[in-house]
Ligand binder design. Structure first.
Ligand SMILES: Nc1ncnc2c1ncn2[C@@H]1O[C@H](COP(=O)(O)OP(=O)(O)OP(=O)(O)O)[C@@H](O)[C@H]1O
Length: 783
């Protein structure tokens, strides 16, 4: 059916086209700024310059035409080559890096082999069954006579632009006793009058030997074609050696050139049951046979086209590579040249300004990128639809970015991989550095020696586990902080973990960078630091808190002590929870027990094992109120400065004035401190306390003054254990308290030589206890 009338036009090549409607989109093709708007695509196929539709929109030889679909939504417009009078549909046009056109040579099954089907008859393309235009065929009857034939003539190239790609296409021949060849470019009339020939032989005596997918001569053969083909015609041999008599199983031969990979032989293709006997119909009407055409700039026609070397000498309007960043390349299929963008550029080299830097940001892409980012930020809590929309947009965007910024993608991938590797290496370095530092400190602290001596050594990691991440803080003083912990094992036990204040202070990074530092106590130089730990570890006394082990991976060791369950004397005397609950006898027991611990330590090593910080908070109680003196020596082990200087910072209310004057510790310093503790026991006043008027008082001085002024310290005794009554019980109580008070005052003598020894203190306290006990016995008998 031929269509015409309003809206149709006949182009210079004689084909009918529909005039462009207002719905069709146009853009400037940019071959020059003077160019009119040109149609950019047709039927979904892009039309890059030098191809084009309409005056001034194409370079000579590159004209294409858009055949309007007149069947409504049932089909699409079709782009066809306008330079040939055959209907050659264009599937794809590319300019760079390879100049190619992908086409479909078509004919119509309702126009059997019409050499020139009119494009306007293309009603509802896609429903009709077109067959390959370049397919030659020949059919025979049982005696071998030809019943019909078609040579599949096709000429892509009246204007010299196109060549059938020799690299992308191949020739197939199907038949049972057949030699067919394609020939092209008529050279002269007569034998071997064509410039190019390509053919092969297909033979079989039935369909038995043929096999699907096998095209190696049995019923099917295929062969590459040489470069230079501008047109083809199929030539088939019939009769004689190539007789088709008695070959009903194979009534027709076929030959066609097709894009590689687009045809796979099927044995059933040789059967002819569906072919009407009176026609030479295509073998399979559903065949689509795309072809690849190479194209090049050959302005002077196919045989005399200019080469690369000549091209730049041409006047500017003739030289096809118009972009400043383009270069010309010799055609590999036929004469002429084509253009490419220089390295680092991409785009259309045939257009002024067409080659752009691969790194250049597309304005459109950036706009979309920012728009999408804004949308994402402002709609973080929006509904699924929006999220879906963004996802889809994002996918498109990243696809676009991938295309436009392949370098960016690579750069980002490299950057993230490098960051990942750097982080991993950084983490490994930190772990190794820390392990190395820990090990160095351990060795410098004498860890190996102590380990060999059977001291229990904990790692930092173990202590973290034991203390459950140092989660339960028991208290802290000048030397450090104490945390409760639990050692699991066959005999689980509670422990008190004591760390120097310096251990957990300081920036962890600083610790990593700084070289390991061992405490400057004057103890380590002669190995006495190690000895001190060993000494502490070996001490066994019922009234001394036992050192169970230590961690030597820190500059200042972490000490692990037996846990003493019932708080300190300080709590017992002063805490609002428990104050006043201690009887005189209990207080005496506590005094005797803790006093016994001091001469024991003094006796082991008189010079070095002065406690130096005897006070109620360092006298702990177990469940039976047995006293246990803590911090014996740990002040030495935990101090970061000189031991003696550090001790000045102790609680001066308990500190021997002699030491404060001389900075020299002696055994008598502990006697003095214990004297203050005795006063605290009988008065239940702290070493420094405030009187009713809020005036700060020093217990030792107040008591001595009281003694001097009143002849006794009775006005200062704890009323919970003292009564001024005249009864025997009160008198005995008062007697005990007076004796303790007097002993305490002797302990506080300024001249240390006048102070009793700790053994003497113990002895005298025992005597007081005898009095207190007889009082207690008397009381129990009374009851
Ligand atoms: N072995 C232990 N068992 C149970 N609790 C303990 C033990 N050692 C210390 N504590 C608790 O930890 C608290 C802090 O003890 P630490 O010896 O550090 O403090 P302090 O004696 O008050 O001050 P300083 O460090 O100046 O002597 C104490 O009040 C005590 O209750």
């Amino acid at each position: 059916m031929r269509r015409g009338g309003p809206g149709h036009c006949r182009s210079s090549d004689g084909l009918d086209y529909e005039a462009p409607t207002s719905e069709q989109k146009y853009t400037v093709a940019n071959s020059s700024s003077m160019m009119p708007p040109c149609q950019q695509s047709c039927g979904g196929v892009d039309i890059p310059y030098p191809f084009g539709i309409g005056n001034s929109c194409f370079r000579q030889g590159f004209e294409v035409a858009c055949v309007k679909n007149t069947n409504g939504s049932a089909g699409r417009d079709i782009l066809v080559l306008a330079t040939t009078d055959q209907t050659i549909r264009v599937l794809e046009l590319s300019v760079s890096p390879f100049p190619e056109a992908r086409v479909l040579g078509l004919s119509l099954d309702n126009q059997t082999h019409s050499p020139n089907p009119h494009p306007c008859d293309w009603v509802g393309y896609g429903q009709a069954s077109p067959y390959p235009l370049d397919e030659g065929s020949g059919c025979f009857n049982s005696t071998g006579d030809v019943t019909g034939s078609y040579t599949g003539d096709v000429n892509f190239n009246p204007e010299g632009v196109y060549r059938i790609s020799n690299t992308q296409n191949e020739l197939f021949v199907l038949g049972c006793n057949t030699f067919i060849y394609a020939k092209g470019v008529r050279w002269h009339v007569g034998r071997f009058g064509y410039a190019y020939y390509a053919g092969c032989v297909a033979v079989t005596n039935g369909t038995n030997g043929t096999k699907d997918g096998a095209c190696a001569g049995v019923g099917c053969c295929h062969v590459d074609i040489p470069p230079g083909f501008t047109d083809t015609t199929m030539s088939m041999s019939t009769g004689g050696y190539w007789s088709h008599a008695n070959q009903e199983f194979c009534p027709c031969d076929y030959a066609f050139i097709v894009e590689k990979g687009n045809y796979s032989f099927k044995a059933s293709d040789l059967l002819s049951t569906h072919i009407p006997s009176n026609q030479t119909m295509p073998l399979r009407v559903d065949w689509t046979m795309p072809l690849r055409l190479d194209w090049a700039i050959r302005d002077n026609g196919s045989m005399t086209a200019i080469s690369c070397a000549q091209a730049p000498n041409k006047p500017e309007h003739e030289y096809a590579c118009r972009s400043n960043n383009s270069e010309f390349v010799d055609s590999t299929n036929g004469p002429g040249y084509f253009c490419n963008c220089k390295q680092g550029y991409q785009g259309n080299p045939y257009v002024v300004g067409g080659c752009t830097s691969e790194h250049k940001c597309g304005h459109k892409t950036l706009t979309r990128f920012f728009r999408n980012s804004l949308l994402r930020v402002s709609h973080t809590t929006s509904c699924f639809h929006l999220t879906h929309f963004l996802l889809v947009t994002d996918m498109k965007l990243s696809l676009q970015i991938n295309l436009i910024f392949p370098w960016l993608n690579m750069y980002l991938s490299f950057l993230s991989a490098a960051t990942f590797v750097a982080v991993i290496l950084g983490c490994i370095a930190i772990v190794l550095l820390r392990a190395r530092n820990d090990r160095l400190i351990f060795t410098k602290n004498g860890g190996k020696v102590l380990e060999a001596q059977g001291i229990t050594i904990y790692t930092k990691r173990e202590l973290k586990k034991i203390t459950n991440g140092y989660s339960k803080h028991l208290g802290g003083g000048y030397f450090g902080n104490v945390y409760e912990g639990k050692i699991d094992g066959s005999e689980p036990r509670k422990v008190a973990v004591k760390c120097s204040v310096a251990t957990r202070v300081g920036h962890p990074w600083k610790k990593l960078i700084q070289p390991p530092h061992v405490p400057q106590q004057g103890l380590d130089e002669d190995g006495s630091f190690i000895n001190e730990i060993k000494f502490q570890f070996d001490v066994r006394h019922k009234n001394i808190v036992q050192l169970l082990g230590c961690c030597l991976e820190t500059n200042i060791p972490i000490l692990v002590f037996d846990f003493v369950t019932n708080g300190s004397l300080d709590d017992a005397l002063h805490s609002s929870r428990r104050s006043g609950c201690l009887s005189l006898l209990e207080r005496l027991d506590i005094a005797i027990g803790s006093a016994e611990a001091i001469p024991y330590m003094h006796s082991l090593d008189s010079q070095k094992h002065v406690h130096g910080d005897i006070k109620p908070s360092n006298i702990l109680h177990d469940d039976s109120l047995n006293p246990k003196v803590s911090d014996f020596g740990s002040s030495k082990l935990l101090s970061v400065d000189s031991y003696y200087v550090r001790a000045v910072a102790g609680d001066t209310g308990y500190m021997d004035p002699f030491y404060i004057k001389t900075q020299h510790f002696t055994l008598e310093c502990d006697v003095y401190s214990f004297g203050v503790v005795l006063l605290e026991l009988i008065t239940r006043k702290r070493a420094r306390y405030q009187d009713q008027d809020g005036v700060e008082k020093i217990l030792s001085m107040e008591f001595v003054m009281c003694l001097n002024d009143e002849g006794s310290g009775r006005t200062m005794y704890d009323e919970k254990i003292y009564s001024s009554g005249e009864d025997a019980q009160s008198q005995r109580n008062t007697q005990c308290l007076d004796k303790i008070g007097m002993l305490a005052v002797r302990c506080l003598k300024e001249d240390k030589r006048e102070r009793p020894t700790m053994e003497k203190v113990v002895e005298e306290l025992m005597q007081v206890k005898v009095i207190a006990c007889s009082q207690a016995e008397f009381e129990s008998k009374e009851r």
